[in-house]
Design a protein around this ligand. Sequence first.
Ligand code: RM4
Ligand code: NI
Length: 285
Amino acid sequence: MIQSILSINSSDYFIRPENTVTIEMRDSQEDFIVHSHNFNEFVIVFSGNGLHHWNGIDYPITCGDLFYINAEDCHGYHSVNNLKLVNVLYKPNEFLIKKSIEKYVPLSYQPITSRHWKLPPSSLSTLTPIIEKMALECQKPDIPSIHLCEGLFLQLAIYIYRLRYQPDQAPISLLHQMDQLINCLNLSINTPFSLEKFAQEHQMSARSLQRLFKSKTGMTVMEYLQQLRLCQAALLLRSTSLSISEVAGQCGYEDSNYFSSVFHKKMKMTASAYRRCFLQKDKLR
Ligand code: RM4
Ligand code: NI
């Protein structure tokens, strides 16, 4: 089966071929079909939620998610809900300051695991002034503005480089309650999580945490955790031969019948049908 995907051209977004950086703000990113580009982009999620389909795998996304997308990658968004993000579009090979960007943004050949990061949600507002300056400069066609834009890109990339952490690791400093909660949820995919307990341990009120979380992400804490767990389960079903109850166990579900019913309800097919579907697809490849 030949899959035709949308291919996005730089001339639709960069004001001139000479421009190497441009910003696309998405105050409301709607569902967007799977596509590739002839430029790189990195995506910072500011708020809301959704699923980021990236090279065939769904990633649950919310505030603080950061993806470095290569030109040849295929990606799109679905099941979105008030998703706010910023796309930083760039052509790394055409940069004047080429040598230094390579240190701060992953190179194209780096594996997908080193191209998905998290930013502490409390740090996002510190990036906004640079992004806004870039958004203005990248609309100007003269060479000094193009270079200024590259300078701002480097600043942004370095700030991000300092702040970012891998989804399965703890960030260096957790400044805000929300940072701690998001981090704890990312580390609780395969272990039980209790908001009450978390709130007690961090001397916070569970109700106000829940309210804060909802306002930033558009989901309840448990909805987010369920999405993280189901996407992890889907990945294990298609990429390992673990039994369904082992998958359930590794995704924090002690009761595999309960896991099966949640999976069925959310993914609109049973776990074994899901697995079969991918076995078949892999055979066809
Ligand atoms: C779309 C979507 C795509 C991005 C373009 C520039 O809304 O976010 O991923 O490539 O904008
Ligand atoms: Ni894109």
